[in-house]
Design a protein around this ligand. Sequence first.
Ligand SMILES: [Mg+2]
Length: 119
Amino acid sequence: MSQTDPDYDVPSDMACDAYKEAIADSAYRFPATRWATTSTHIAEQARKVCDEASEAFYATKHGASLEDVADELLDTIHAAETGLRILQALNDVDVNAACARVEAKNRARGYYEFSGGAL
Ligand SMILES: [Mg+2]
């Protein structure tokens, strides 16, 4: 018998499967922020991505814990996701197609190849 996940109120193995299925079809890891539907300022959001990346860089240079660095990197991803959601709302951009293009580009560049072969 499986355990129940209190956040989902379903057996945890089912919650995990539902989560995997949800993220498999989405470019997004985080929930939408309020700016995703209210902002039309993509340049401002791109600047926010830079700000968060700068915070991550600053953290690495000023003795922050690895957990703090991880948090800043994830802030960067979240800000980027908000920018993608703004683009999607403004121009009906297909973000999943954009993900596929970027992955294909990086695959062609060999970014996913390791000494033991591609993952
Ligand atoms: Mg931050």
